[in-house]
Write a protein that binds this ligand. Structure first.
Ligand code: SF4
Length: 159
């Protein structure tokens, strides 16, 4: 289904911005996910805050009190680099397989999805591999064609 959405978006001539295909394709040009993209390496670059200023790795983490990093009044210096903030990086290192060509894009998937579906932040999500890897392969093949590569580069707004 993801590939069908990707193909629809790729061949669409309107200015529709379909995510996540757009962000995933952009990652092929940048070499790493720039936005969340359900790729856990992004969690390290994103913070979520509730209305009281309590800070979490992401707005999706707010249901998990153990992921509260502190409060904005503690100062960013005490939040960034804290144990919870570093957790996605530790998970990245734990899950990384040398022979996995797409790990830099998948990163084991969303940490909150891992917690809710697998019961453990440190596990990979179901969505992180099989389904997305088929899409990554398809984009990889498409990028070998210069015409499609140029089209994709334009569609993600890089040219
Ligand atoms: S926790 Fe999930 S939704 Fe939040 S930034 Fe990380 S990957 Fe994205």
């Amino acid at each position: 289904m993801l590939i069908k959405f990707y193909d629809l978006w790729k061949n669409d001539t309107s200015s529709l911005e379909l995510r996540p295909p757009l962000e995933i394709v952009r990652s092929f040009f940048t070499g790493f996910p720039v936005s969340c993209d359900y790729s856990a390496i992004s969690c390290y670059k994103i913070l979520g805050s509730d209305s009281q200023g309590d800070i979490y790795p992401c707005s999706k983490a707010m249901n998990y009190s153990e992921l509260r990093m502190g409060n904005i009044n503690d100062g960013l210096v005490n939040l960034v680099g804290s144990e919870i903030h570093k957790m996605p990086l530790l998970r990245y290192k734990k899950l990384k397989k040398e022979n996995d060509p797409w790990f830099h894009l998948s990163s084991g998937g969303c940490i909150i999805e891992a917690k809710s579906d697998m019961g453990d932040y440190m596990k990979p999500t179901i969505y992180s591999e099989d389904v997305r890897y088929n899409l990554f392969e398809k984009i990889y093949e498409d990028m070998k064609d210069e015409k499609i590569r140029n089209l994709l580069e334009e569609k993600v707004g890089l040219i």
